[in-house]
Design a protein around this ligand. Sequence first.
Ligand code: WTA
Length: 636
Amino acid sequence: MNYYKVENLEQYFKMYNKSVREPRKFWERIADENFTWYQRWDKVLEYDMSKAEIQWFVNGKLNITKNCIDRHLNKRGDKTAIIFEPNDPKEKAQHITYNELHQRVCKMANVLREQGVKKGDRVCIYLPMIPELAVSLLACARIGAIHSVVFAGFSATALNSRIVDCDAKFVITADGSYRGNKSIDLKGIVDEALEKAPMVQTVLVAKRTNTDVPMKEGRDKWLQPLLDSASSNNVAEIMDSENPLFILYTSGSTGKPKGMVHTTGGYMVYTAYTFKNVFRYEENDIYWCTADIGWITGHSYIVYGPLLNGATTVMFEGIPNYPDFGRFWEIVEKHKITQFYTAPTAIRSLAKESTEWVEKHDLSSLKVIGSVGEPINEEAWHWYNNHIGQKRCPITDTWWQTETGGVMIAPLPFVTPTKPTYATFPLPGVQAVLMDEKRNEIEDNQVVGSLCIKFPWPGIARTIWGDHQRYIDTYFSAFPGKYFTGDGALRDEVGYYRITGRVDDVVIVSGHNLGTAPIEDAINEHPAVAESAIVGFPHDIKGNALYGFITLKETGLTRDQNNLRNEINQHISTHIGPIAKLDKIQFVAGLPKTRSGKIMRRILRKIAEGDFSNFGDTSTLLNPEIVDLIKDDRIE
Ligand code: WTA
């Protein structure tokens, strides 16, 4: 049996059981057979969940870029590693071979060393989706520097706090970036962020928009001339399995963003293994994940996972609706994409438009399509299945988190039968459990519980940068001995998991646990509804009641609003039950969303409660102006 690849359902069960019975042996075999180590580990795993101390492949020595690049050069030197698809379809795509990637990463690594970057230093990367971004991550990893990528849509304040938190002395950025028909003054944002970040010594600036930007003497340097004169020979740093590879910030429900720390050995093994299985990757496939490398999805499944497998991975600089709503499908056709991986929010926004945008393009190259980042509602699932997968390509609905490093629960294409809105089975090595309020494991099905993982897996984050106590408190305290995901889920009779949303999104109405996501699903199926968000608010008799914020497909509503409210409630009644009916329905122009497309329910909850005193940190909102509009029309 090939441990690295699950072939059928029977094998899945075998591997899963093996991974639970003998987790060390299971992961050891995968780590042994598929990677290059300078020195083998002494012990596969050492852990203490109560202290949140986890080590994988203890004392193993490696460099992840040797595994991502160098070891492919013999067989795949001329194979394309990265396809860069620019924002403007008129600009030519770039095909970067493994040989070229090797050269570029080595040069960049040498530039960083010349600039004084040492093993363990933090390098903040604030770049658009251009090849320099992937090259920068890999160059840091090559010399043992810890990269901290900040999504280049974040504001100066958000960038500043992330630089200060990890004390980054180096920043890599660009003059500007393109986004649809706009260009953004990236360097200006960096300058503003650095006004209060005195630790930063050096800013390396890539050219993208060729705009004139001020360069601060002694601090700012153009990257290209440095690369031009750098050598392409570079000896990779020897890293310990548990040396940090990167920090990536994720927002918590309270307080400042958490700098999740991922280490080298376990992350490598986990992302490589999951990429291969979750996307059923085969040699010569062309894989495209539409995420930005600024998020964990991009780290694990644009850069590391694909390159570790010697794959061809697409980096797309643009947005789904530029120059028109057919852009994604045009790219699929152009590069003959075999695996396509995107977020439900993108699916929903494209599903609103005419299917002509899809039908114009030949999608016959597709084999597997994926979804990530939030629960995919039933309507979006079917649209994706019918129009993009054309009922031919399995949808892999992948549940995971920044903290988990890689996919945890997902159907394995052509192995696990799919079921709309279900992420299905945990991957081998993932010991998922559901917990009730009394902290007991739930054995029953169809009950919402808190999703926990009761045994370490190689990809788990090791700490929060600079605050291990917060790491323990956030993830290892609610259910002692277990990692708490913060998500709710239910399990069906065959053992499939359905993620119902953050546990704080579960509302108990008259003693009944109601997940808000399934109610939203039901509402979204109403023909007039575009999108909805349900939150709970305190109610004298029921304990909690439900408040719905709903956007309509047709703006400038001509229909009687009360009629529509009744219809929606009727719809919920028939889909879920009268218990799930909404007490209040407010039609809104838009929902407050983070830049990664997540609805910020915290704010909606406050509005529903009528508490306007403190909305917390709204700096990550894409559309902050919507908050006041919603507030003003709140239903008493
Ligand atoms: C949610 C993104 C339902 C979940 C990789 C999780 C999902 C949070 C899914 C992590 C999915 C992610 N179905 N919910 N397939 N994938 N989530 O850290 O609430 O940006 O806890 O990682 O997104 O978001 P993050």
